[in-house]
Design a protein. Structure first.
Length: 464
């Protein structure tokens, strides 16, 4: 691995020099396929640097919005989007044809799993097909979508080669995973280091150079496969560590008398060798719940079971069941039938202070509650006006003293800063807190169940 610096460009073959000069002089045209959470920020960064950017998306209403100068990604500045569209630096299209003009092409399409939790590469394949129909000599293709090792070389390049051009010779290809963290105000596109691995040395150098135009630090690795697996390691690391604290939370509940959140705070005082993760109702978004399965699928192809990784994913997936059980236990203390219970889910987006609802754990909790016979369920979320989940549409209800008091149980799932927790707890019959949001106010209250905390029980002595 090596930190990219422009001095390394002296190693480029003569045939690659022209593209490197275009990129360095801002004359390269940048194409971005897939204008979502990953693609639009990249398009904006290049446009702000003065590049001509062609943004391509199959979702026509996004294209129309963008061409009107309207932003649809929450972390991006509306004014900046309007400005680059007005100045003509960013144009959007629903067709692949204009991408023939691009010198550098970023692929930022979804990589979900299918109903069997196997990788769904259909978006990558269709983006590759679209590009192969317009590919020309000398272009650089940089794949950003998270995927299993080998996708770039074994799936994408052969599709691009349907153009009749040869990867690594006629066009350049690299994999460079995305690290955008929606809602993070400290680490953004420019100051978050990234990793890049090309199918050839020239591909690596050119892709690193292009990335370096909008990102301060770019690390070159020896192949796309290393970059692909590095990205999965990042996300699986989170999955495994979240599973660890989720398991600890359930153990603390079983033992009684130990607050898992206090344990985690205490462990986090260690300045080395420990990183803080917190329990919750599950894992959401389209990275952490998905990526472990990309690797376990590939491992099975090699007659290998990723038992540890799969166990972690299973543990996280069990959390909505556990939270639903906490709700059922709470309702059992009330003089009502489970079938008449009214439950309010607080938070619909998959993490705090964002509006992204993909694979939200709130939906998983709703499904598990429905299985228990609870049908009167509402949600409230200042970031989400309507939550499509479990085959229904849940409009966000407003939180008033009367509306809160109308529920038998209020479940705190997403810890958005906007929630007035003392107000909710003051008016709720019962609260299930899955994110330790009641930490400062729960002492002396008897209407709160906290994930990972139960009242001390009589200890049963262990007989040796
Ligand atoms: N969102 C994140 O925080 C994040 C972080 C790191 C990595 N990633 C990875 O980046 C990739 C993209 O994620 P995202 O969050 O930007 O997804 P997204 O759903 O927000 O955006 C993807 C866009 O691609 C478009 N699209 C789908 N098929 C297309 C095609 N064939 N041609 C052109 N456009 C097409 C969709 O309409 C959509 O606008 C995924 O692999 C994801 O795992 C995402």
């Amino acid at each position: 691995m090596e930190l990219f610096s422009p001095a390394l460009l002296s190693q480029l073959n003569p045939s690659a020099k022209h593209l490197s000069e275009l990129i360095q002089s801002q004359k390269a045209v940048i194409g971005v396929v897939g204008l979502g959470y990953v693609g639009l920020p990249i398009a904006l960064e290049f446009a702000k640097k003065g590049y001509q950017v062609i943004g391509m998306d199959v979702f026509e209403s996004k294209v129309e919005m963008l061409n009107r100068g309207e932003n649809f990604i929450e972390d991006l500045d509306d004014g900046e989007i309007a400005e680059v569209v007005k100045s003509g630096h960013l144009k959007a299209t629903a067709s692949f044809a204009p991408l023939n003009q691009a010198d550098v092409l970023y692929i930022c399409v979804p990589t979900p799993f299918d109903a069997n939790k196997d990788p769904d590469l259909s978006y990558i394949k269709s983006a590759g097909k679209g590009l192969s129909s317009v590919l020309r000599q000398g272009q650089l293709v940089i794949m950003k979508s998270t995927t299993f090792p080998g996708t770039t070389e074994s799936y994408l390049v052969p599709i691009l080669e349907e153009s009749g051009l040869k990867g690594g010779k006629d066009f350049y290809v690299a994999f460079s995973p995305e690290r955008v963290d929606p809602g993070n105000t400290t680490w953004h596109t420019g100051n978050t280091p990234i990793v890049t691995g090309g199918i050839t040395e020239d591909s690596s150098l050119l892709a690193s150079l292009a990335n370096n135009m909008i990102i301060e630090q770019v690390y070159m690795v020896s192949s796309p496969k290393v970059a692909e697996l590095e990205k999965l390691l990042e996300n699986i690391f989170r999955s495994v560590n979240i599973a660890l604290v989720n398991e600890l939370a359930m153990l603390c509940e079983r033992m009684g008398g130990i607050d898992v959140w206090e344990v985690i705070e205490a462990a986090a005082t260690k300045p080395f060798g420990y990183m803080k993760f917190t329990p919750g109702a599950g894992v959401g978004g389209h990275c952490i719940p998905v990526d472990p399965y990309y690797l376990s699928w590939l491992a099975r192809e090699h007659d290998f079971e990723t038992r540890f990784i799969t166990l972690a994913a299973n543990t996280n997936e069990s959390m909505p069941y556990h939270v639903a059980q906490l709700v059922v236990n709470a309702i059992a203390r009330l003089p009502i039938s489970i079938f008449d219970a009214k439950v309010l889910i607080v938070g619909a987006s998959f993490k705090k202070n964002v509006k992204d609802i993909r694979n939200s754990t709130s939906e998983a909790v709703i499904l598990r509650l429905m299985e228990q016979g609870i049908s009167e369920i509402d949600i409230t979320d200042p970031w989400v006006s309507i939550f499509p989940a479990a085959g229904r549409e849940f409009p966000s209800v407003s939180l008033t003293a009367e509306s809160i008091a109308a529920y038998d149980c209020v479940v705190l799932v997403t810890d958005h800063d906007e929630f007035d927790i003392p107000f909710i707890v003051d008016h709720a019959r019962w609260v299930i807190d899955t994110r330790n949001m009641t930490k400062d106010i729960r002492a002396g209250r008897d209407n709160i169940t906290v994930l990972g905390v139960t009242a001390p029980k009589k200890m049963i002595p262990v007989v040796h």
